[in-house]
Design a protein around this ligand. Structure first.
Ligand code: 8OZ
Length: 372
């Protein structure tokens, strides 16, 4: 028996170049389980994503576009041939189960550590401003350091690499790419005046601070088509020591410019990353949605009832679930049936192998076992 209150989540939706069978999106989730030597995905990762293939869209975990873009141990890349081959195993498994999949393209900027950088170099950023916090390295948590400010020619090279990474993602079988412009990583560091004090064309005015986001997004759109590109923003989140003196006008301008690029979707973390759904000092996010002509994916702390209500009211087109997807591979079925959701085990979130990754059972796992 299906739960009638969640029916709006089961209306199909056209998202850019893709037809989605439902409005339920698997949010990108860092799990730090790539192959340690090559940072390539492998069969274990394919099994995990294939278990979740009933999502309207899977957005695969944040994936560095180049070695310097890494900021956590064992996160996957999409710049080497081995990594592209590894991702083919993943997308093949998801497609074989009828799913659709985007790859989130990531450069962490200053949220890194020399231990994670090629040759032990300094992490790079718009400006040499040290973040508060600890980096997750292969040998444990270590205090972050003052990054090195990027030269102009390096910025151009990173923009080009977003295009290359998008093309690599398509070659690896992904249906779409998502530009990770959220959560205090490199693009967010360019956007905000706490982390960007440049005096060239990439700093100062709002239009200058938005430039890197637009150039990176355009590079991806030129490589794979705007109807296969989405962008994730977190305008209200302080995650990774990020802030802006006036985020309302900044994010309005960013979204206006993204809309001009005709990208398929805007994916918004509507509150504090891993925290409050609706922060007290926020601004009206509905303005952002009005400024964007593509689809809108809402995210952060939704439960199925709120998701259905917001889709039915036209406030959002799709809802991305993060934490719920970790412990509920069959989240779509559970929502349809109004079944209880399993709780995740925090101890197995990052790193390690199959435990806490591919061993969360589906509701009907017992029934399947009996038939087999
Ligand atoms: C939590 C832990 C590690 C990475 C993000 C990619 O904040 C992440 C991330 C989150 O978007």
């Amino acid at each position: 028996m299906s739960d009638p209150t969640v029916a709006p989540l089961f209306e199909p939706f056209r998202l850019g170049a893709l037809d989605l069978p439902n409005r339920i999106v698997m949010a990108p989730l860092t799990r730090s389980r790539a192959d340690h030597a090559t940072l390539a995905p492998r069969q274990l990762n394919a099994d995990y994503y294939a278990q979740r293939a009933s999502a309207g869209l899977i957005i695969a975990e944040a994936t560095q576009i180049m070695p310097e873009g890494q900021g956590y141990a064992w996160t996957p890349g999409v710049y080497s041939d081995e990594q592209i081959e590894g991702w083919k195993i993943v997308t093949g498994a998801v497609h074989a189960k009828g799913g659709r999949m985007a790859l989130q393209l990531w450069h962490v900027g200053r949220i890194s550590h020399p231990d994670l950088q090629p040759g032990g170099g300094l992490p790079v950023a718009p400006s040499a401003i040290k973040p508060e916090g600890q980096a997750f390295t292969e040998t444990g948590f270590k205090p972050m350091v003052t990054p090195r400010a990027l030269e102009l020619d390096e910025i151009k090279a990173i923009v080009a690499q977003y295009g290359k990474a998008a093309a690599n993602a398509r070659a690896a079988g992904f249906d779409m790419v998502e530009i990770h412009a959220a959560n205090g990583y490199l693009i967010d560091q360019f956007l905000r005046d706490k982390t960007n004090t440049r005096t060239d064309a990439y700093g100062g005015s709002i239009d200058n601070r938005v430039r890197f986001l637009i150039e990176a997004t355009k590079a991806a759109a030129d490589a794979v088509g705007a109807d296969r590109v989405g962008v994730r923003l977190s305008p209200l989140s302080p995650f990774n020591d990020i802030a802006d003196s006036n985020p309302g006008p900044l994010f309005q301008r960013a979204v206006e410019r993204l809309s001009e690029l005709n990208v398929a979707y805007l994916h918004v973390i509507e509150g504090e990353t891993q925290g409050a759904r609706e922060p007290e000092n926020g601004f009206d996010l509905a303005t952002l949605r009005k400024l964007f002509k593509g689809a809108y994916i809402g995210n952060n702390g939704y439960d199925p009832a709120l998701a259905a209500q917001r889709v039915a009211g036209g406030d959002v087109d799709l809802v991305a679930f993060g934490r719920a997807y970790i412990a509920n591979p069959d989240l779509v079925d559970r929502i349809r049936l109004g079944a209880p959701l399993a709780e995740l085990d925090k101890a197995t979130l990052y790193g390690g192998g199959a435990e806490g990754y591919v061993d969360y059972p589906a509701l009907n796992a017992g029934a399947e076992a009996k038939v087999a």
